[in-house]
Design a protein around this ligand. Structure first.
Ligand SMILES: *Cc1c(COP(=O)(O)O)cnc(C)c1O
Length: 377
């Protein structure tokens, strides 16, 4: 069994993808080809924002946003403690201090209570200026943007939506990657919208930031690439990846989100809840199910359950084993920590992600559920 069946996905629209790639090869327009611009238009329309700027990966996308906002020395950026490393990594990369915030135990997204407490404490200590909140749409579920917006307004801060896992999700029909002042996503192959290599995108309604982003991601260009007016990066999406994504975006929107939501429903119906905490999607929220992640009430048997699954040829993953505040790379910032993030710590010791994706078969889900249920029996 595949953890996420990308081979089957490719086979289901192989002809279209092959033709799209082949066209790029024949035209030899590998960098900044017309497909890149077309994809940006498709993405902006799908998400419902004015501007989409593609770039080399989801990490660059986050960093470029911070660069455009001029965030750096003396600034604090608040990051959920339970997420992929990159959500926090970009903050020291621009010279600012990441302050980790505990999570909501139902959704695994940033806790608005812990966030406000942490901001207040940071202001009280008086060393750093709170500038931005990184709001991660973890495992495909959008963060609580209505509440986050109130906090951001109250403290005059910006929201950076990290929608690397959230693309395709929505709240009351409004699409993920439209909630931040700037929002980003990743096209890493295993993400809800993945390409065949690395890729990323940035979304905003601000024409000023759109222009700055387009400059920052091409060597801080002015009039053109050889007129350089600021220090930027080299972060572009390849034309081949854009061509692939144009095809894949269509299928994601037309059917894959429905398919993966059906798979998640099947899991939630068949897994027994005595020993597990199943993922929760609050009313009005729609997940793109980057992961289907359960929690073991008894964390001591997680490894044994993984072994049992493995014996049956079922892959499983632990996203994430360590909260960010315990990562060695962030050791230098521990004195700024204002919340112990105990929930994030607990969740890290309990989570287990099971195989999912639009192309998982019902029989496969049944097999996973039977194995898990039998394990506890
Ligand atoms: C994958 C991921 C990123 C980074 O994306 P890359 O394209 O791999 O650089 C950032 N944040 C989150 C939450 C992610 O899952």
């Amino acid at each position: 069994m595949e953890f996420r069946n990308l081979k089957k996905q490719y086979m289901s629209y192989k002809t279209e993808i092959d033709e799209a790639i082949s066209k790029v090869l024949l035209d030899a327009n590998f960098i900044s080809g017309t497909q890149v611009k077309e994809l940006e238009e498709d993405l902006a329309r799908y998400v419902g924002v004015k501007y989409c700027i593609t770039c080399a990966n989801g990490t660059d996308a986050l960093q470029l946003a911070l660069m455009v906002w001029g965030i750096g020395d003396g600034d604090a950026v608040f990051v959920p403690d339970f997420t992929f490393f990159a959500s926090g990594e970009v903050v020291p990369a621009v010279g600012a201090v990441p302050i980790f915030v505990d999570i909501d135990e139902d959704t695994y997204n940033i806790s608005t209570e812990s966030l406000e407490k942490t901001i207040k404490e940071t202001i009280k200590r008086g060393k750093l200026t709170p500038r931005a909140i990184v709001a991660v749409d973890l495992f495909g579920l959008p963060a609580e943007f209505e509440k986050l917006r109130k906090i951001a307004d109250k403290y005059d801060m910006l929201i950076l939506e990290d929608g690397a896992q959230g693309f395709g999700g929505s709240i009351l029909g409004e699409k993920a990657c439209s909630f931040g002042d700037i929002s980003t996503t990743s096209f890493f192959p295993a993400k809800p919208l993945g390409c065949y290599g690395d890729g990323g995108a940035i979304f905003t309604d601000s024409s000023e930031w759109n222009e700055l982003l387009r400059s920052f991601c091409v060597h801080g260009k002015g009039l053109d690439k050889y007129d350089n007016i600021r220090i930027g990066m080299n972060s572009r999406l390849d034309t081949i990846q854009a061509a692939v994504l144009k095809v894949k975006l269509k299928y994601l929107a037309d059917r894959e989100l429905d398919m993966v939501n059906k798979a998640a429903e099947t899991y939630s119906r068949k897994l027994k809840e005595e020993n597990l905490i199943l993922p929760m999607v609050k009313e009005d929220y729609y997940s793109s199910w980057a992961q289907y992640t359960v929690r073991l009430k008894d964390e001591l048997i997680r490894e044994r359950l993984q072994d049992r699954l493995k014996e049956k040829g079922i892959p499983s993953m632990i996203y994430y084993k360590k909260p960010l505040h315990m990562q060695g790379a962030f050791g230098a910032y521990s004195s700024y920590q204002a919340d112990e993030c105990k929930k994030a710590e607990r969740v890290c010791s309990q989570v287990l992600s099971l195989p999912i994706g639009p192309y998982i078969r019902e029989e496969e889900i049944n097999e996973v559920c039977e194995t898990v249920n039998n394990f506890f029996d």
